[in-house]
Design a protein around this ligand. Structure first.
Ligand code: ATP
Length: 197
């Protein structure tokens, strides 16, 4: 069973995914896998170079700042990157999941689960929410970024209400202990559910 885990930036998706991991659940973090594949997949590398030029990789390593400059305020360019990277991540996830088919369920963390329709491939969906100001605060502390940059990323994501309407579970991630308790409860419920399937 595939359980999709999503939430707006700074809501604490990865923090919550790790709580499931601590309960023995396998977790797939799509953003991290995508970044890894941009380094390790020969096909991605070749296509990125064919599209954006040799400068895309510097000494064999992805030239992240070069790509960031290209996509900055140019959604069409970002679409090109996604069209190269997403299908490979999709295949990578399929192989990863096939190797875990005997597990009751796995957690797949995807930041843009709803926005790109990948929620349709999930059996259950969990959305992580946190107060807006708290999310700004966390991201400003974690990343070298600005309020404006955070806001512009938020503008590209669905709002919480829209996500909640399509979710099976919602985790309020404000107090970490309380979030952990919610994770334990959901883990129990989903484990029982998968016994019945
Ligand atoms: P992004 O979409 O940007 O990857 P995310 O939703 O995965 O973010 P996390 O990376 O899990 O969010 O959390 C963002 C930051 O907030 C991290 O530095 C994390 O340690 C912190 N954080 C997460 N949950 C809490 C919490 N309940 N209380 C305090 N800090 C938290």
């Amino acid at each position: 069973m595939i359980v999709g885990l999503t939430g707006g930036i700074g809501s604490g998706k990865t923090t919550v995914a790790k709580m499931f991991y601590e309960l023995g659940v396998s977790i797939y973090i799509a953003d991290i896998e995508a970044k890894n594949l941009m380094h390790t997949s020969k096909e991605i590398k070749e296509e990125l170079i064919a599209t954006f030029g040799e400068e895309t990789y510097k000494n064999g390593k992805l030239n992240r700042s070069y790509l960031s400059n290209i996509v900055f305020n140019q959604p069409e360019e970002l679409k090109k990157i996604n069209a190269i990277v997403h299908p490979r991540v999709g295949q990578h996830f399929k192989d990863w999941y096939a190797a875990r088919s005997k597990e009751k369920y796995i957690i797949k963390e995807v930041a843009i689960l709803f926005e790109n329709d990948s929620y349709k491939h999930c059996d259950k969906i969990i959305t992580v929410v946190a107060p807006l100001e708290e999310r700004f605060h966390r991201l400003l502390q974690r990343d070298q970024t600005t309020r404006e940059a955070i806001q512009s990323r938020m503008n590209n994501q669905w709002n919480d209400a829209k996500k909640i309407a399509l979710s099976d579970y919602v985790i309020q991630n404000e107090d970490l202990e309380k979030a952990k308790n919610q994770v334990a409860k959901i883990h129990q419920e989903i484990s029982l559910l998968s016994d019945k399937i």
